[in-house]
Design a protein around this ligand. Structure first.
Ligand code: PMP
Length: 395
């Protein structure tokens, strides 16, 4: 019998960003006795199960054949209209024709990476940043250059230096209540990034899934709305944090040529996002007062954030620092030097609490003493208990 020849190997890709230690520990963190502050899930109390069921009922009883058919790549026309109207109301004049509906903002990121980046191209990101964006960029073989950031977001002088040195094609930013740090990009810096894009010629990807979850302070305008940014910026949005992540619906708002390229890439990837989910989401947005629900959501998140903030001084070792978000779902902790939050995670899980170690969020050398906590998922009594457990685990 002839020797067996193995099938061809996989394309080498950069290793998954999270180490196996973290993955194993987070798998254990799913145990019912563990209070998890790790996941980026919206509060389950905020999911409108009745309202969404009614919308699915509606589309499946009124026009079921359309809801179950193939449809256009750009997205459900009514959904695009409603999202465009919502963006316009929030200060960014948007035409439905500027929008592509995507399977979550995550797909929007991968589409952008696909149409903009070749191996060796440079992407600049604020440090630390959303780890699944780093994964998208890594898939293309692009070089990711970290730019330092502080409580007000990316350091614009440092960005100007990176732009002059590395000529990035794309600058990726999460302007509001960033994942993982919870920080918000200051207005002056939004303007400065737009000016820099204009003079240096790069694309800005403004990823804003959390913008409508502000519970403190005044809303800030998008970068895409700043002078000079319109023809070189892309705004990514999502229904995940304002309606439900299981819908897997997001969008890109982009200039025509870039949008067309994304539409073609999406066509190759999945033809279109689920027809029935888009139709139900459009019905839901058109028939429910989601602003009233968002108002309740902001109150809930503020309460939960404050509960966590008030426990941290007792829970964390002396010398720790943490962010004070104005919205969103996350806060970011830096323990004193010498602590390694990835190494400590199994111990935390043994104590019945979990978090995400900070390292995978770094594009450059990681700060091992950092971690991300989500305050969204637990009512204050559980947060108090969780932070007590965290304190014991870190003691
Ligand atoms: N961008 C950021 C910054 C996120 O935090 C997330 C989700 N956690 C996404 C994009 C992806 O969101 P979606 O559910 O819309 O795919």
């Amino acid at each position: 019998m002839a020797d067996r020849v193995p099938p061809p190997g996989l394309v080498p890709r950069p290793a998954a960003a999270t180490s196996s230690v973290i993955r194993d520990a987070l798998a254990l963190a799913g145990r019912p006795d563990v209070l998890s502050f790790a996941g980026g899930m919206p509060a389950s109390e905020l999911l409108d199960t009745e309202g969404l069921r009614a919308s699915y009922d509606h589309v499946l009883s009124h026009d079921p054949r359309a809801a179950l058919q193939y449809s256009v790549t750009d997205g459900d026309p009514l959904l695009r209209e409603l999202i465009a109207a919502r963006s316009t109301l929030r200060g960014l004049e948007t035409d439905p024709g500027e929008l592509l509906i995507t399977t979550g903002a995550q797909q929007a990121l991968m589409l952008l990476a696909t149409v903009l980046l070749r191996p060796g191209d440079t992407v600049a990101v604020e440090e630390p940043t959303y780890l699944a964006a780093l994964q998208c960029f890594a898939y293309t073989g692009a070089r990711v250059v970290p730019v330092p950031a502080d409580d007000e977001g990316i350091d614009v002088d440092a960005l100007a230096h990176v732009v002059a040195r590395d000529r990035p094609k794309l600058v990726y930013l999460v302007p509001n209540f960033q994942n993982p740090t919870g920080r918000t990009l200051a207005l002056e810096r939004r303007r400065a990034v737009a000016r820099l894009a204009e003079t240096a010629g790069f694309w800005i990807a403004e990823d804003d899934p959390y913008g409508e979850l502000r519970f403190r302070g005044a809303e800030l305008p998008w970068i895409r709305n700043q002078t000079g940014a319109r023809d070189r910026s892309v705004l990514l949005g999502s229904l995940s944090k304002i309606v439900a992540p299981g819908l897997r619906l997001g969008w890109i708002s982009a200039p025509p040529a870039l949008l067309r390229a994304c539409v073609l890439a999406k066509q190759a990837m999945d033809l279109h996002s689920s027809t029935v989910d888009q139709a139900a989401a459009a019905h839901y947005l058109g028939s429910h007062d989601i602003d009233a629900r968002l108002r309740d959501g902001r109150v809930l998140y503020r309460e939960r954030c404050e509960a966590m903030l008030s426990e941290l001084p007792d829970a964390l070792p002396a010398g720790s620092s943490w962010s004070r978000p104005d919205g969103g779902m996350f806060l970011w902790v830096r323990l004193p030097e010498g602590y390694d939050t990835a190494a400590l995670l199994p111990r935390a899980v043994d104590h019945g609490v979990s978090y995400v170690p900070g390292a995978p969020f770094f594009a450059g050398p990681p700060d091992a003493s950092t971690l991300r906590l989500s305050f969204a998922g637990h009512a204050p009594p559980d947060t108090v208990e969780g932070m007590r457990r965290l304190g014991k685990a870190l003691a």
